[in-house]
Design a protein around this ligand. Structure first.
Ligand SMILES: [Zn+2]
Length: 463
């Protein structure tokens, strides 16, 4: 059995359910009854205790992204989804963003709902976020964490998860930190029931996932969100749009059941009226989620996922052409591409090509990779194009806002990379005069300035 899926992406009975509908109804009714009759036992109290411990760990490890625009936005969508439903005993709904490239959402039994920056960057509008939250909060309302913990599946599931965590973590890769943290909790066996909290990440039984989809759709409708958003969310989760060799979204890529879940969601939506999305929805969402998207772009850049960075920054920059921040992020991304093309070549897209490039990725440093690319005319052409695009973008950002210091710093790096030391020195100087010692990287840029001045003098003398 493969359970390589985050909660939202877990298997449901789907088409099987349609065939065996009476059986499914029994299951759903049993689940409803179990949730209604729920009373805390010692085992459940342990789960509640473990949930709180996990919350504390995330905070302590610095994985929580706190942003003054994103947080109230997330809270407001969560509040709208919960509506005026009675809150179960020992539940306090809390919505939190985790800095994690893994596309993931999960809820702990105490009402802590987590969405990753990876997921927020993938979604397109508020109703899709609402679809995610409606599914996750349904698990909490229905007491799935506690019920799963009492079930016989616990041990088998834990074993499975241990295997997945061990096999999916690439050496030195960016494997999801939030999942690693769960893995560590399981490995240590620190708490009796912490292994079951893992189920909230990796998914519950098919019946529970189906129920969460179903309840989620009802909650979406009740909150006046378009229920087709749930179907679109499944589509997005199912798309293999990765531009990289590193299998960062591997948890659901080989997952077969999202199509069926999408079908069920569409069936529901076809019989329920909803407010149609507004024209500006995508733009408003991107603005509200921009802290998560920018955090992902920075992470992409520091993890050699330059193509993904270009893709994400292009979308932001296209939506907000007057914002110099996004233009500079896009310029940084093009600069980081170096001799790499913006999109993978047909060869790189083949299975063999991907395997070869993945091997290189893990065996070469970024410098070695660039050197290998520059040995070919294609690589030289790509470098020339990417550098020209970056320069034009930095300059365009400065045109709209001449005091945007980061654009000067970026140009400094770019000119230095191109051997244009004199111009690099001018840009570094402009940057330093604008940030006037207030910037974190003041010292670093002063050192770069001294270095390019030396190089500039040396090239003058050699002429
Ligand atoms: Zn789920």
């Amino acid at each position: 059995m493969h359970r390589k899926a985050a909660c939202l992406k877990c298997p449901t009975l789907a088409l099987v359910l349609l065939v065996m509908f009476p059986v499914a109804v029994t299951c759903a009714q049993e689940l409803d009854k179990a949730a209604a009759d729920f009373h805390f036992t010692d085992v459940d109290t342990q789960v509640l205790h473990d949930s709180k411990a996990i919350d504390e760990q995330y905070l302590k490890k610095g994985l929580v992204l706190q942003d003054p625009q994103l947080q109230p936005f997330l809270d407001s969508v969560g509040k709208r989804i919960i509506g005026n439903r009675p809150i179960p005993d020992q539940v306090e709904f809390k919505f939190t963003v985790l800095r994690d490239p893994m596309v993931q959402a999960f809820a702990l039994p105490n009402g802590s709902v987590y969405v990753t920056t990876g997921l927020l960057s993938l979604l397109e509008d508020e109703s899709q976020l609402a679809a995610v939250l409606s599914h996750e909060t349904a698990h909490v309302f229905e007491r799935h964490g506690y019920l799963e913990n009492r079930s016989f599946r616990k041990k088998a599931l834990t074993l499975n998860i241990l295997q997945i965590v061990a096999s999916a973590a690439p050496a030195g890769g960016n494997f999801s930190q939030s999942v690693q943290l769960f893995g560590a909790a399981v490995n240590l066996g620190a708490a009796v029931s912490s292994e079951i909290i893992v189920a909230s990440v990796f998914g519950y039984s098919r019946e529970m996932e189906h129920q969460a989809d179903n309840d989620g759709l009802i909650a979406l409708s009740n909150a006046s969100y378009d229920p087709t958003a749930m179907a679109r969310t499944f589509e997005l989760l199912d798309e293999d749009s990765s531009l990289e060799y590193e299998p960062i979204q591997g948890f659901y890529r080989d997952h077969p059941k999202l199509t069926e879940r999408r079908e069920l969601a569409l069936q529901y939506a076809s019989t329920h009226k909803a407010n149609k999305p507004e024209a500006d929805d995508k733009k408003t969402y991107a603005d509200n989620a921009s802290a998560a998207i920018c955090s992902e772009i920075q992470l992409d850049l520091s993890s050699r996922r330059e193509r993904t960075a270009v893709d994400r920054a292009s979308k932001l920059s296209d939506m907000f052409p007057d914002n110099p921040k996004y233009k500079v992020l896009l310029a940084d991304s093009y600069r980081a591409l170096g001799a790499k093309t913006k999109l993978p070549s047909p060869d790189e897209r083949t299975r063999h090509g991907q395997a070869e490039h993945r091997k290189e990725y893990f065996s070469m440093t970024p410098e070695e990779e660039q050197k290998r690319l520059l040995a070919k005319p294609d690589g030289q052409a790509a470098l020339h194009d990417n550098e020209a695009t970056a320069e034009q973008l930095y300059k365009s950002a400065l045109q709209s806002n001449p005091n945007y210091a980061d654009a000067h710093r970026g140009l400094g790096f770019l000119f230095e990379q191109e051997g244009r030391y004199n111009e690099a020195a001018t840009e570094y100087q402009s940057y330093l005069s604008m940030v006037a010692g207030t910037s974190m990287d003041h010292l670093r840029i002063e050192r770069r300035l001294a270095a390019v001045r030396k190089l500039s003098d040396a090239s003058m003398q050699s002429r």
